[in-house]
Design a protein around this ligand. Structure first.
Ligand SMILES: NC(=O)c1ccc[n+]([C@@H]2O[C@H](COP(=O)([O-])OP(=O)(O)OC[C@H]3O[C@@H](n4cnc5c(N)ncnc54)[C@H](O)[C@@H]3O)[C@@H](O)[C@H]2O)c1
Length: 324
């Protein structure tokens, strides 16, 4: 049995708590939030300890795993401190917020002890596509990928939490926060990027956020494949992410929880987990695999995604293509 502590009990912390409370190999032992009422309420609900200061969690020897569900600018520092105190880390996206943090964490820490929450990789359709891509040689090599996210985030979303919408605390806008999972799935199948060319805009939230609400990128992969990526928070609703994966001899579409090939639905995602459906429903599977199956991604598995993301931001910022 591993004792888990959730740090940050805002929108996503409770999703982790709900999943943890249904696992056999994990116990929700503590909850930490600087908002005392949130920590107390959660502690009471889950019969857990309440902490209001992260350092207290670090010094509690009963805690084995720290789930970092705090704003982006705290992920790097909290992950490093947790590792220094001998804890394992489950960290929400983005695992780190800057390229500098990415480089430092790889050079100074054992990143195998960091489990990044990339729950969309655990969707049934994505696991099935991974199985096909790695076992069915007849489909040929990957040659192209398309990822499109069109969601809606207005002033009320940004005003609900101080850290959102600011470069220093969110690290960017729609890419680093909402569309990083879409980019991650593109990278999961295409491998490392070689060069990116990108642009970004604030179309709908001028005066409300200082980061982008819309971003696009053209990605050249080391394999020779190419990718098109588009993400916006300026749509009228949260519609399903659309992904297309092109292999030499076969195409796959992933949309609305269905994997489609040759005009046929070949796989559907589970509807068991009651998360917001446009987030995907993979948190339950991601945490189940971590604790029960010991089937764990590490930070090394998402390095290509993080490198591509920082290169896209650099290119969009400078207006020039960037070698990754
Ligand atoms: N994987 C997903 O699909 C998914 C979905 C939503 C959010 N997230 C991620 O989860 C993280 C949190 O997002 P959110 O929307 O829940 O944010 P939020 O603002 O709703 O909640 C953050 C919580 O952290 C607490 N907090 C802030 N500083 C703290 C500190 N020093 N110590 C302890 N607690 C502190 C806040 O009081 C708040 O309760 C972000 O990284 C976000 O990108 C991931």
């Amino acid at each position: 049995m591993m004792n888990a502590c959730i740090v940050g009990f805002g929108a996503i912390g409770p999703v982790h708590a709900e999943v943890l409370s249904n696992l056999k190999s994990a116990k929700l032992y503590a909850v930490c939030d600087i908002d005392k009422s949130r920590a107390d309420k959660a502690a009471q609900q889950y019969n857990a300890k309440a902490y209001y200061n992260f350092d207290e969690c670090l010094n509690d020897k009963n805690i084995d795993v720290i789930h970092i569900c705090t704003p982006h600018y705290l992920h790097y520092e909290m992950s490093c401190k947790a590792l220094e105190h001998g804890k394992k880390v489950v960290v929400e996206k983005p695992a780190v917020m800057t390229k500098d943090e990415l480089e430092k964490i790889f050079s100074e820490y054992n990143v195998e002890n960091i489990y990044p929450v990339v729950q969309n990789r655990k969707n049934i359709c994505i696991e099935e596509l991974k199985r096909i891509a790695s076992s069915d040689k007849s489909i040929g090599k990957p040659i192209g990928v398309k990822g499109i996210l069109t969601w809606s985030r207005g002033a009320s979303y940004y005003n609900a939490a101080d850290w959102r919408g600011k470069k220093a605390t969110e690290g960017g806008g729609v890419l680093i926060n909402q569309a990083v999972h879409t980019l991650d799935l593109m990278m999961y199948f295409m491998g490392a990027a070689k060069e990116v060319s990108a642009s970004m805009h604030n179309c709908s939230l001028q005066g409300i956020i200082e980061v982008e609400d819309t971003i696009d990128a053209y990605i050249k992969y080391e394999s020779g494949a190419t990718g098109i990526f588009y993400a916006t928070n300026a749509y009228c609703k949260n519609s399903s992410v659309q992904l297309e994966f092109e292999f030499e001899n076969r195409s796959f579409k992933y949309v609305e929880g269905m994997l489609i090939s040759n005009g046929e639905v070949i796989c559907s995602d589970s509807q068991e987990f009651k998360g917001k459906d446009y987030w995907g429903n993979g948190h339950a599977k991601a945490l189940y695999d971590y604790y029960e199956n010991k089937d764990r991604f590490s930070l090394a598995d998402i390095k290509d995604t993080m490198n591509a993301m920082f290169a896209i931001y650099e290119s969009a910022q400078n207006g020039k293509s960037v070698i990754v």
